[in-house]
Design a protein. Structure first.
Length: 422
């Protein structure tokens, strides 16, 4: 009985030892994961989120001459819902007329005052000129009477004759003075009428301008299309209760949905990689199964500070290659811009690459030993890097640091070994 217990205990101990060796071996293999370099296509991409908008659109403007009425900001009272399909001439929006209405009333009062002044001046000048003409006729009669008396005094005493001549000369001079004065009065009357006429014309023009501006406060669609709200400088949409500014009176847009583009913003680190003509893979958040393609059409030269962002970003426009009736402005897109593409390259995960001072290397399991192999890298993307020199597809690379890196030899690109610094 004791022998059986002895053999059973020894067998159990042996099993436990074997299990322990197996677990230790498994943990060692798990701790030291090895991968091989791969060959094949390699891409360098820049990924960013974008927003769809129409490449071309018709802008819907508020009154463009509001500054003439000293109106620089106008409140938006009503606006049709975004996405409304409108026909040319349909109602789109209405602006607050309260301030303008008081100015129109003031202009009407001024026009009435100028109209009354014009009529009064016209009556006054007519009366003055009529009196001048009557006086001119009377003086003409007086001069004729003086001439007759002078002729009748031809045979009278010299003193009587001379007096008659003097009376005629006075009458003639009074007539000529009246004639000259009448010409001056006519010129004065015309100048006065021009002055009050100009005032009336100005009042009429001011009133017409204000009435024209007031008519523009009801905004109609210039073309057929779907209404899309205007975006402010801070990215907010202009909606009811917002402010339309006289120097930029765009209220909304009618986009041409046949050609769409995605607008994205790239950080200053990646912007140097981008240029017009690069291809883009585009996905839609609204329809993850839909895959589109596009091309970079413009890259901004000057960065800007976007809301809720501390870094400077650059606007990049990407035109969508496909015409798709399901695309709508403001849809969110995922844009993968292909910066570089190599059809066949040796590449490894970035986790396998290490750097120390001016050395770039990978921990390689080669010929039963672990070495630090110097490598020369090429292009890199978010996950992998091209290895131009130093590795082959037969090498096995550590995805993480080996258990013990002390004293590992350093293999240079020329194949020579150097003992690593401790």
């Amino acid at each position: 009985m004791s022998k059986r217990w002895y053999f059973a205990g020894g067998g159990l101990l042996l099993v436990l030892i074997l299990i322990g060796f197996g677990l230790g071996s498994q943990q060692s293999e798990t701790a030291e994961l090895l991968v091989r370099p791969e060959t094949g296509p390699f891409q360098v991409t820049v990924t960013a989120t974008g927003e769809l908008r129409a490449k071309n659109s018709v802008k819907i403007y508020g009154p463009g001459n509001a500054r003439r009425a000293r109106l620089f900001e106008m409140k938006l009272l009503r606006l049709v819902p975004e996405g409304t399909e409108v026909q040319k001439g349909d109602f789109v929006a209405e602006l607050d007329r309260s301030e303008l209405t008081s100015r129109v009333q003031d202009a009407e009062i001024e026009w009435q005052r100028q109209q009354s002044l014009f009529e009064q001046t016209q009556l006054d000048t007519s009366l003055t000129l009529r009196q001048a003409r009557d006086e001119h006729v009377n003086l003409q009669y007086a001069m004729e009477e003086a001439r007759l008396r002078m002729e009748q005094a031809a045979y009278e005493a010299p003193s009587v004759k001379r007096q008659a001549e003097i009376d005629f000369e006075k009458a003639e001079r009074a007539y000529e003075q009246a004639l000259t004065s009448y010409v001056t009065q006519v010129a004065q009357a015309r100048a006065k009428m021009r002055e009050v006429g100009a005032g009336l014309s100005k009042a009429q023009n001011d009133l017409d301008d204000l009435q024209s501006i007031a008519a523009g406060f009801t905004i109609l669609a210039p073309e057929n299309g779907m209404v899309v709200y205007r975006r402010e400088w801070n990215g907010q949409k202009l909606t009811t209760g917002g402010t339309v500014r006289a120097w930029d009176p765009v209220v909304a847009e009618l986009p041409d949905l046949s050609v769409m583009e995605s607008i994205t913003y790239i950080n200053e680190v990646d912007i140097q990689k981008l240029k017009s003509g690069q291809s883009v893979r585009i996905g839609l958040d609204a329809d993850p199964d839909k895959k589109l393609s596009g091309t970079v059409t413009s890259v901004a030269n000057i960065g800007e500070q976007r809301p809720n962002s501390d870094a400077k970003v650059f606007e990049v426009a990407i035109v969508i290659s496909e015409a798709d009736t399901t695309l709508r402005p403001a849809m969110t897109t995922s844009n993968t811009i292909v910066v570089a593409e190599i059809p066949d390259a040796l590449h490894v995960p970035l986790e396998t690459i290490h750097a120390r001072e001016d050395e770039t290397f990978a921990y390689v399991r080669r010929g039963g030993r672990t070495v630090r192999q110097e490598v020369q890298l090429g292009l890199q993307n978010e996950n992998e890097a091209i290895v131009e020199q130093g590795l082959t597809t037969d090498d096995r690379l550590y995805l993480s640091l080996p258990t013990d890196t002390t004293g590992l030899p350093f293999v240079r690109l020329d194949g020579t070994d150097a003992l690593a610094a401790q």
